[in-house]
Design a binder for this molecule. Structure first.
Ligand code: IVH
Length: 668
């Protein structure tokens, strides 16, 4: 086979075989050849393409990884928009929806539904031209997403070329990228071993993996995809959703095997309940069931409301709970000296994740819920929030003692105080070791967000006595790091460089990281804006501090006290001498805009943007964004798994707003 015609034929044959085997392995889960056979053919193709680069085609399995790392993802407009789903949470609201569907159609017209697991990953749009995968994008705001083609190409279950001869000239395939739970656990083990921050949940892990600048990293992540629909298309015709799913399957796309067509809403309700029980059997997280009217003609007659189709609903379950033994109530002293109780649990699986700890808020809350050591308790995991203890399970009390906070700090033995009107107990000792350690951890993880220096590294530096304060962190040398296990030339250089680079963080972040009592992100930002530099702040009286947005008398007093302490003044001077910034940037100054005068709160996870992005966008229009709901709050934007702010808003009579309202506001 030496003629070039012969080589081209062989290359095509190899591509065909290899792509078929990949499909059998990753999509059908029925491999027909062993790895050695695959590798032999793969190597032959690599060899052939190396000798004859002109034979390389975009759908060659050798071309999955190989694109260069990109600086930025380009924006792409979807050909047809990607909507979102209205949710229902009870059988009654499900049945009510079905009645509404029936009312909008002809009353006696039969309606069939297709149900699919609602995968907790991220939506993507795959464009195929004449069967070839040409572009893949994230959902973005539903109209415009980000071009992540090179990363999507590395996912082996996404076909680079559709199967079959009858491929359409153009089609958008919609689906969900997700990380299987098994892969998620492995990834986190790996990250922890490399002293990197583990990812909080599979959905975040999938999103982070897909947004890597370097496709080789994406390729190393265990991502997969389920296709669940089509967008724009030219050259194919579909009449029902069920037919579309079968078509996608026949053309090489992974279709969730639990999709089902049902002819009555009662069967749908039954199936939703059944899946609520069975969700832990799956190797991926689902947060509900998607229900779609099967017939496309019916779908188009039903239409959509605010880009949420009337022909579909997401049946979402109440957060997952489980019962387990509360072995012990532990205490952690936080960076401001607050004593945070937490529960050491008998490990239990909740929603596919094993948990062994849960937060407990404070003594009052523990006793109000009547939670005792040794009791069986109900734990709850809601989305990505830390597990909570709902209360004791059943009437069989095993624990006898009700909980009391220790009278002395578990670390420095200083007597604990509980300031009047506060829920938290505190260790008043400013030199308490735990406070220093926790605030250093807060510095590297949140305030300065230093790459390559995580919690574990800080704990080690602390234990070795290498770093016990912020100035010591900034004086750390590469030589010191090289003496530690786990640091090589590259990681030590990187760590020292990122510590150095973190001196450039803006004043507001420095303020947040200084560990001033009750100064969180928002207060730090307000203070930075109001005072402009640290000297004005340090010399301000309590009254002057109270003039700053959102600061009441107690907080003002605590801040003034903090700056009055000579140790703290010395710390500021030392950090300033080391090159950290103690003056505001212009960007800290409030902006005048159409939303000036309004004040918003954001709670829960937003679909189309992060909370920080939403905050920045609102602030850019002049709005204030605060962490606390008060009578002055204009409105609260509520995302997925919102917190207690919703109840507070309802109590204060503050309007609750949806993500769509936010988008509308930002567009205006
Ligand atoms: S259909 C018009 N099917 O849920 C919207 N979505 O809020 C059509 N999702 O962004 C979406 N599994 O990320 C559909 N089987 C499924 C799904 C699914 C997960 C996600 C998707 C979308 C969100 C809708």
């Amino acid at each position: 086979m030496s003629s070039s015609r012969g080589l081209a034929t062989r290359a095509e044959e190899l591509r065909g075989l290899l792509n078929r085997w990949l499909h059998e392995y990753h999509v059908l889960d029925e491999p027909s050849v062993d790895d050695a056979m695959y590798d032999r053919h793969y190597d032959e193709l690599v060899e052939l393409e190396r000798a004859h680069p002109e034979l390389v085609t975009p759908d060659s399995p050798t071309q999955r990884v190989g694109a260069p790392a990109s600086e930025k993802f380009q924006k792409v407009r979807h050909l047809t928009s990607m909507g979102s789903l209205e949710k229902v949470t009870t059988d009654e609201s499900l049945v009510k929806w079905a009645e509404d569907v029936q009312k909008r159609l002809d009353t006696d017209e039969p309606v069939a539904y297709v149900i699919e697991p609602k995968i907790d990953g991220l939506a993507i749009n795959l464009t195929y031209e004449n069967g070839l995968f040409t572009r893949g994008a994230t959902r973005g705001d539903g109209e415009v997403g980000e071009d992540v083609t090179v990363n999507l190409r590395t996912i082996p279950s996404i076909p680079l070329r559709m199967l079959g001869d009858d491929v359409p000239a153009l089609i958008e395939v919609r689906g969900e990228v997700y990380m299987p739970l098994s892969g998620f656990r492995e990834l986190n083990e790996r990250l922890i071993a490399e002293d990197k921050k583990p990812t909080p949940n599979p959905r975040n892990a999938a999103a982070g993996s897909l947004r890597q600048k370097n496709p080789a990293i994406t390729a190393s992540r265990p991502l997969s995809v389920w296709a669940y629909g089509v967008g724009a298309h030219d050259g194919a015709e579909f009449h029902t959703h069920w037919e579309t799913l079968q078509w996608l399957k026949a053309h090489g796309f992974p279709i969730n095997p639990f999709a089902e067509r049902l002819e009555s809403i009662d069967d749908v309700a039954k199936a939703c309940r059944e899946w609520e029980r069975r969700r832990a059997e799956l190797d991926y997280e689902i947060d509900g069931i998607v229900i779609k009217v099967d017939d496309y003609d019916q779908q188009s007659r039903l239409g959509a409301l605010h880009s949420r189709p009337r022909w579909a609903r997401a049946f979402k379950w109440a957060p997952m709970t489980a019962t387990t033994r509360l072995n012990k109530i532990m205490i952690r002293v936080g960076r401001t000296g607050a004593l945070n109780p937490w529960a050491l649990l008998e490990p239990v699986e909740v929603g596919g994740v094993t948990i062994s700890r849960a937060t407990l808020h404070n003594e009052e809350d523990i006793n109000r819920k009547d939670i005792r050591e040794g009791d069986d308790v109900i734990v709850q995991r809601a989305g990505d929030v830390i597990p909570q203890i709902v209360g004791p399970a059943g009437a069989h009390r095993k624990g006898t003692k009700s909980f009391r906070m220790p009278t002395h700090c578990p670390l420095c033995n200083t007597e604990i105080v509980k300031p009047e009107g506060e829920a938290m107990h505190r260790c008043p000792n400013r030199a308490c070791p735990s406070r220093g350690l926790e605030s250093l951890i807060n510095w590297v993880q949140a305030a300065a967000d230093i790459d390559g220096v995580g919690e574990q590294a800080v704990r080690r530096f602390w234990e070795l006595g290498l770093v016990r304060s912020l100035p010591e962190l900034y004086r750390l040398t590469k030589e010191q790091l090289l003496e530690l296990d786990g640091f090589g030339d590259i990681s030590a250089t990187n760590a020292v460089n990122s510590i150095e680079a973190s001196k450039q963080i803006p004043f507001r972040r420095v303020l947040f990281g200084l560990n001033i009592p009750d100064v969180g992100w928002v207060t730090a930002q307000n203070l930075a804006r109001h005072f402009g530099d640290v000297d004005r702040l340090a010399n301000a009286s309590q009254e002057e501090i109270m003039e700053c947005e959102g600061i009441g008398p107690e907080r003002a007093e605590a801040i003034a006290e903090w700056f009055a302490d000579p140790d703290n003044r010395r710390l500021v001077e030392e950090l300033r001498a080391l090159g950290l910034r103690f003056e505001s940037d212009p960007e800290d100054k409030p902006v005048e805009g159409p939303l000036t005068g309004s004040q918003y709160v954001i709670t829960g996870t937003l679909d189309s943007m992060s909370r920080e992005q939403a905050r920045a966008a609102l602030e850019a229009l002049g709005a204030k964004v605060s962490d606390n709901v008060s009578k002055k709050t204009t409105g609260v934007f509520v995302g997925e798994s919102p917190g207690s702010k919703v109840a507070k808003a309802q109590k204060a009579g503050v309007p609750l707003l949806a993500e769509d309202d936010l988008k509308a506001l930002l567009q205006r």
